[in-house]
Design a protein around this ligand. Structure first.
Ligand SMILES: Cc1ncc(COP(=O)(O)O)c(C=O)c1O
Length: 398
């Protein structure tokens, strides 16, 4: 048995089989490189499903965690911890005037947003939340119900009520779903799991108008798009809009679990003591990691780099269209790019893995390419060359 097989055996016997897995046991990472237990090196263009936004084991994050871990790991939220206040201030300084609730994951941040929107709407009998087809908001019961994709909901009925679905980038569809019970509209500015579908400026401008006219909250789920990924610190900043609520997680902690729900000041105090909580939320260790992430982004000028490197990546990927007729379109913002294919992408992803490149495929036909913010043009050249080689070997049916 190889070392990989030994680890896989333990999973077969003792770990619930909830994930479709690639047969790799990852043991080490540094920057854009990841290494498996057999010593094979990979160029990681999808580090941690957008969690390791700064690459693996960024020195600033490692240092901050090491320093904090010996001082205090956890402080319950009935006491104060100085790093939570500092992190909240940092998030607000980089977004909009408001307050932050800390939790541990994206789904939890989304749950918080749903609860806040309902509590705000409660006195006027508003509780419905409009979400978008092909969205993804996480795996708790409320989050899968907000996620308007039947495949995530099947077998889990009864689902909580109060969710209504509209078509993404279709204002008429949204308008037709509004009732006197609508409390909020929630969307990802770029649908990640849904296939890197970018919200149009007209759509967001229209949503802003609809929300203003009907006193409806606008919630941006930036769990995947946040923290410089798209070439702005938060993706909403591409649009002429400020959301009432924004959810964050994934790369916020540079690999360490932390989620956040940010709300405008005028609604933030609706969640009073006893209405919402998270035991682990905003621990000093998680906050130390997240503060280091902001420091690394500022010092490394990584927002601006995400724009430049993203443009380079986009242009390089677009060249694939010339050679491969099954490449339909390349789209995305910053370092969140997709190559949509006419064929299934799994065989290309598998071939890339063989050749030492990690990428992802979503919605069966969309290659999702999200390298860390520290990616260099030379890494992009190498990765695109591998994708090109992988594409040469595909079999096109029909
Ligand atoms: C936009 C969005 N929201 C929420 C989530 C759920 O995050 P988590 O898996 O941390 O609960 C995800 C995860 O992919 C996501 O992409």
């Amino acid at each position: 048995m190889t070392q990989t097989e030994e680890v896989m055996q333990l999973y077969y016997e003792y770990v619930m089989p909830t994930y479709t897995k690639v047969p790799l046991v990852m043991v080490k990472g540094k920057g854009i490189k990841a290494y498996d237990i057999e010593g094979k090196e990979f160029l990681d263009f999808f580090p941690g499903w957008a969690v390791s936004g700064l690459g693996h084991c960024h020195p600033k994050v490692v240092k901050a965690i090491k320093e904090q871990v010996g001082k205090m790991i956890h402080v319950p939220n009935n006491y104060y911890n100085e790093l939570q206040g500092k992190l909240a201030k940092k998030i607000i300084e980089n977004s909009f005037d408001g307050k932050v609730f800390f939790c541990n994951s994206g789904a939890e941040a989304v749950e918080g947003a749903i609860k806040l929107a309902r509590k705000v709407g409660y006195p006027s009998g508003k509780y419905e939340i409009i979400t978008m087809e092909d969205s993804f908001h996480g795996r708790t019961l409320a989050a899968i119900t907000a996620t308007a994709q039947p495949k995530y909901q099947e077998g889990f009925a009864p689902l909580p009520g109060g969710f209504v679905y509209a078509k993404f980038n279709d204002l008429e569809s949204v308008r037709s779903k509004i009732t006197d019970k609508t409390a909020a509209i929630m969307l990802e500015p770029i649908q990640g799991e849904g296939g890197i579908n970018v919200a149009s400026e007209a759509f967001i401008a229209g949503l802003k108008k609809i929300c203003g006219e009907n006193k409806i909250l606008l919630i941006f789920d930036e769990v995947q798009t946040g923290i410089a990924r798209t070439g702005k610190m938060f993706c909403y900043q591409y649009y002429d809009v400020i959301p009432d609520i924004m959810t964050l997680a994934k790369s916020l902690g540079g690999g360490f679990p932390i989620g956040a729900m940010v709300a405008k000041r005028e609604i933030a105090d609706v969640l009073q003591p006893g209405t919402h909580a998270s035991t682990f939320g905003g621990s000093p260790l998680a906050c130390a990691a997240a503060l280091a992430v902001f420091e690394a982004i500022e010092e490394g000028n990584l927002v601006e780099k995400a724009v430049r490197r993203g443009r380079y990546l986009h242009n390089r990927l677009s060249l694939l269209k010339k050679d491969f007729p099954f490449v339909k379109i390349v789209r995305g913002k910053g370092l969140m790019q997709a190559v949509e294919l006419e064929i299934e992408g799994k065989q290309i992803v598998d071939k890339c893995v063989e050749k030492g490149l990690l990428i992802n495929c979503t919605q069966k036909k969309v290659l999702r390419i999200m390298p860390p913010l520290v990616v260099k043009n030379a890494d992009i050249d190498t990765a695109v060359a591998i994708i090109q080689e992988a594409m040469k070997g595909v079999t096109v049916e029909g």
